[in-house]
Design a protein around this ligand. Structure first.
Ligand SMILES: [Zn+2]
Length: 317
């Protein structure tokens, strides 16, 4: 491979690795986006890895930092672009779900709008300059500051068989037990897959904690994906057992109040089962969360405080 890998103002020649900060304008202010460019000495595909779209999902950010720091351009086949914290304003603010510049969820506005709100402009730059270069894309997530979860990997069936088969193979290669086939409109995963890039979104960790085990689940998954794509030497990853879930069913609060979950993440639940209650201050039940299907509890909001329209939990079925 002889081509230079270029993202915005940063560049890496063949066999080179660069860490730097791309600066671009968001709502007239300078937005600074750190990233690694790793341009392998050997030919191969381009893998994009992002984290920190949700900037308090720390296990995913720690894993992206580890990946960027450890990748070696001299032995890499192909190219990697690693963006460890896409939403730096949210990271600094320790913001749950949303970007403090506009109060929007960055993972609901992809592929973005260069003339839109702050989050839409960030998404547009990242989509146009980074994700558009990908042959494969992995977006790392976890539970947010107020979310507990069992690890799972989401992919999305777009209807393009080539892309969908490659996405499912990536999801299996990552090595987490639960695979969820689901689309969230405006997510990184949705926009990239619809643009023809095989993509996955992997979830590990949560509640502001980033244990070595949670980080390793992501770093091991990335290493397995790199071997699956033959970007690193070594055998193809050993197949792991998985449970395929075709529905990702979110329950939301209809009230401001107090949230009392009655189940734990990973629990098997049955359709019609009582999963928890939203109460008022006196303890009157305002809402009972009822499982919409037989399935597994994938995440639970763990804060007692709950606001109208907040997620309560999700069932994979
Ligand atoms: Zn997330």
């Amino acid at each position: 491979m002889t081509d230079v890998l270029q993202v915005g103002a940063l560049a890496a020649g063949p066999g080179e690795k660069q860490y730097g900060v791309n600066e671009f304008s968001v709502q007239g202010q300078a937005y600074r986006l750190p990233m690694w460019l790793v341009n392998g000495a050997e030919p191969g595909p381009t893998l994009v890895v992002t984290a920190g779209v949700h900037a308090a999902e720390y296990a995913s950010i720690a894993a992206a930092l580890d990946l960027g720091r450890s990748l070696d351009a001299e032995v890499l086949h192909g190219r990697a672009i690693v963006v460890p914290v896409m939403n730096m304003p949210a990271f600094s603010a320790r913001s749950i779900y949303v970007c403090p510049l506009d109060g929007r969820n960055l993972n609901r506005v992809f592929p973005g709008d260069a003339h839109g709100t702050a989050s839409e402009q960030i998404a547009a730059w990242v989509f146009g300059h980074v994700i558009a270069q990908a042959d494969y894309y992995v977006d790392l997530h976890g539970g947010d500051l107020i979310e507990a979860l069992v690890p799972f990997t989401i992919f999305f069936r777009s209807g393009d068989d080539r892309v969908d088969q490659a996405s499912m193979a990536l999801a299996k290669a990552f090595g987490i037990r639960y695979l969820v086939s689901s689309e969230t409109p405006g997510s990184t995963l949705s926009a990239a897959t619809r643009a023809g890039v095989p993509s996955i979104l992997a979830e590990s960790g949560g509640q502001g904690i980033w244990t070595a085990e949670d980080v390793a689940r992501h770093t091991n998954g990335l290493n397995r994906v790199l071997r699956h794509l033959r970007m690193l030497a070594g055998s193809a990853p050993e197949p792991t057992a998985f449970t395929m879930l075709e529905q990702f069913l979110w329950l939301r609060s209809d009230h401001d109040g107090f949230w009392y979950p009655a189940v734990a993440v990973g629990d098997r639940v049955a359709a019609g089962q009582d999963l928890g209650h939203v109460t008022d201050g006196e303890g009157h039940v305002l809402q009972t969360a009822i499982s919409p299907a037989d399935g597994h509890v994938l995440f639970i909001v763990s804060s007692l405080a709950i606001n109208k329209s907040d997620p309560l939990l999700a069932v994979g079925a």
